[in-house]
Design a binder for this molecule. Structure first.
Ligand SMILES: Nc1ncnc2c1ncn2[C@@H]1O[C@H](COP(=O)(O)OP(=O)(O)OP(=O)(O)O)[C@@H](O)[C@H]1O
Ligand SMILES: [Mg+2]
Length: 420
């Protein structure tokens, strides 16, 4: 061995340069690249067992010097050397956090127009058990674990989920620890944590990866609970991962996400531990096992706004303090606040008017009846929000371009029908 090479440089798994006589000249350190495998078992003698992807043999590898004595557990990701002989390093935890929006949303109930029934239902279901814990205890009432918010796109499911989390987190942090029933040994809740994931983002083409992300999600929630926060798991577009097998756009041969999710759900106790909110616009596609009593057994409908609700939504976006064009105020009696109110009325009227202009399509029902759908029948919170948004954009443009303050005008709200 070359005297410049010391014994300690010779690590298991590292590459060495030898001369023709196989005398060590230099150590080159570990390979920098190599495949990553998921650890199946850390055997008691220190060796590591790996399962490979379908159909390939499992492997038993030795640890590199740097891994000797390192605590490893099943599921850890380990990089091995390219010749599949030595496990080289443990990779840092790639948590589900990549897909998790982890802060409590600031949305309040006031920012949601209409949806009074849905909001009342969800507030009752979430807030009562916390505010009246003793009463629930006395009736030995087992609290729900979660909710499904369902309804057509753009009508506020995500918004309501966020507001629920925001308000509950606030409630929890304000309520005193006495709310905890006697004999309850859990860490008192002192705040909220909101874990927001979008179903499609969890879907991963690698076998087992989506499952791991779901497991991570629950693991994170439990960790948050131990720290004293009441975690919310909000799974948006839930049908994409919790769908029936038929519905899944999944390439996995067998869908193991649903059983996995169910067993994680069965492991949590109630709203005291973790609150799960699912949102979906295709609740019919969600696997019934998920919606079974004892799991997500509360379903709350978030429907399309009717005329009154639409006006309420519009009022969320068109508040009385927005600048209006003086001419518009004049036209409507000269009083600003009233002018805004009348403007909202006009916009809603123009959307809900059953005129030829507002006619969208005519459908033939199975029973032979014809039904004509007007714009008002298909309006949603998202559409109303965007109408307000575009009007404001136009007014801002005008202000910037003319260099003079300009207010909202009626014509900013008129929409040209898309042709074709
Ligand atoms: N009831 C409402 N009040 C105020 N704004 C609303 C309401 N409903 C929808 N919006 C507006 O529309 C946007 C989209 O709503 P949201 O994301 O909650 O819809 P969704 O029901 O989750 O739709 P999807 O099924 O497509 O996910 C919101 O960000 C908000 O600006
Ligand atoms: Mg949504």
């Amino acid at each position: 061995m070359d005297p410049r090479v010391s014994e300690t440089d010779l690590k298991i798994g590292s590459q060495i340069l030898v001369n023709e006589a196989y005398a060590v000249i230099k150590t080159l350190g570990y390979d920098q690249n190599g495949p990553i495998l998921k650890l199946a078992e850390a055997m008691s003698d220190g060796r590591l067992r790996f399962e490979q992807e379908m159909g390939r043999q499992s492997l038993i590898l030795q640890r590199s010097t740097d891994l000797v004595g390192v605590e490893l557990k099943a599921g850890d990701e380990i990089r091995i050397d390219p010749s599949h002989r030595v496990a080289i390093e443990k990779l840092g935890d790639r948590k589900a956090s990549r897909h998790v929006l982890d802060e409590t949303p600031k949305i309040t109930w006031e920012q949601i127009g209409g949806q009074n029934e849905a909001i009342a239902a969800i507030r009752k279901a979430i807030e009562y058990p916390l505010l009246h814990a003793e009463t629930f205890e006395r009736f030995k009432f087992s609290q729900p674990k979660g909710f499904l918010l369902y309804g057509p796109p753009g009508c506020g499911k995500t918004l309501i989920g966020q507001a629920a989390a925001g308000s509950l987190a606030k409630l929890v942090s304000e309520s005193k620890p006495e709310h905890q029933p006697d004999g309850d040994k859990r860490t008192p809740v002192t705040g909220g944590a909101f874990l927001h994931v979008k179903g499609p983002e969890i879907l991963n083409m690698w076998l087992g990866e989506s499952e791991r992300m779901v497991r991570d999600l629950f693991e994170q929630a439990r960790a948050r609970r131990r720290d004293g926060a009441l975690p919310f798991i909000f799974i948006d577009e839930a049908e994409s991962i919790l769908g029936t097998r038929r519905a899944m756009r999944s390439f996995n041969i067998s869908n193991t996400l649903v059983p996995m999710f169910c067993s994680e759900m069965d492991g949590i106790e109630s709203l005291h531990d973790v609150v799960i909110i699912l949102a979906s616009n295709r609740p019919d596609l969600i696997d019934p096992a998920v919606l079974r009593p004892g799991r997500i057994d509360r379903k709350i409908k978030v429907s399309r706004p009717n005329r009154d609700a639409a006006a309420e939504i519009m009022r969320v976006y068109l508040t009385a303090d927005l600048p209006l064009d003086p001419a518009l105020v004049q036209e409507r009696g000269g009083e600003h606040v009233r002018a805004v109110a009348l403007l909202v009325e006009d916009i809603i009227e123009s959307i809900f008017r059953r005129t030829e202009d507002n006619r969208l399509l005519s459908i033939r029902l199975r029973n032979g009846q014809n039904k004509v759908l007007y714009r008002g029948d298909l309006v949603s919170g998202a559409i109303l929000a965007s109408i307000a948004q575009r009007a404001k954009e136009k007014a801002i443009d005008r202000t910037v371009q003319s260099g003079q303050p300009s207010g909202l005008q009626t014509k900013d709200f008129t929409m040209r029908r898309r042709s074709g």
